[in-house]
Design a protein around this ligand. Structure first.
Ligand SMILES: Nc1nc2c(ncn2[C@@H]2O[C@H](COP(=O)(O)OP(=O)(O)OP(=O)(O)O)[C@@H](O)[C@H]2O)c(=O)[nH]1
Ligand SMILES: [Zn+2]
Length: 194
């Protein structure tokens, strides 16, 4: 089980901290253009880190029985996350696939995208986000297997630091039948890379 999570960010505390950062970079937090910035950042962070207040069970609510026991794959789910090292964005796409269990238990397609957001809206590293999505699907839906492939560009590598725009990072996590069967994994990868 995951530990209990905080439900909301502390707006007043973020506002005080942002004011401090503005002073620390040599800005005047009381100039017109910056007066409302601490409050705006607090609201933005509430959205950006909303996943900290959610569990997979909150979003994987609709589980239906259908007569389908083959792969279901949602491709190109847009992902916006925040690199936990520099607190700057990384973004790209996620592909999430699974093979239902023999009871044919599936979830709504949009719920797979919601699940990605639960983990993207946190301070993250791409590898952990990829495994978390795969492990959550395995736990809640009990499918025969799961594959998650995420491809992102990290702004900490493009706008600063090593400055390599266009460099993409691909991570994957395979569980169950996708791990056990090379043929199943190859079929999924062919669909993902199509
Ligand atoms: N593995 C992994 N690394 C990441 C991710 N996001 C950012 N990083 C890397 O985290 C590393 C942090 O390295 P440090 O040397 O501690 O920090 P830094 O001096 O700011 O590093 P540079 O980015 O190379 O300037 C960098 O190499 C980033 O590219 C991620 O999702 N996964
Ligand atoms: Zn970074």
């Amino acid at each position: 089980m995951e530990p209990p999570l905080p439900l909301q960010v502390d707006h007043a505390r973020i506002e005080r901290a942002v004011r401090e950062i503005l002073i620390a970079i040599g800005e005047d937090p009381d100039r017109d253009g910056l007066l409302e910035t601490p409050a705006r950042v607090a609201r933005a962070y509430a959205e950006q880190f909303a996943g900290l207040g959610q569990t997979p069970e909150d979003v994987l609510t609709k589980v239906f029985d259908v007569d389908h026991d083959e792969m279901i794959l949602v491709r190109d789910i847009e992902v916006y996350s925040t690199c936990e090292h520099h607190l700057v964005p990384f973004h790209g796409v996620a592909h999430v696939g699974y093979i239902p269990n023999d009871k044919g238990q599936v979830t709504g397609l949009s719920k797979l995208a919601r699940l990605v957001d639960v983990y993207a809206r946190r301070p993250q590293v791409q590898e952990r986000m990829t495994s978390q999505v795969a492990d959550a699907l395995m736990r809640v839906l009990e499918p025969r297997g799961v594959i998650v492939v995420i491809e992102c560009e990290h702004l900490c590598m493009t706008m600063r630091g090593v400055r390599k725009p266009g460099a993409k990072t691909t991570t994957s996590a395979v569980r169950g039948s996708f791990r056990d069967s090379e043929k199943t994994r190859a079929e999924a990868m062919a669909l993902i890379l199509r």
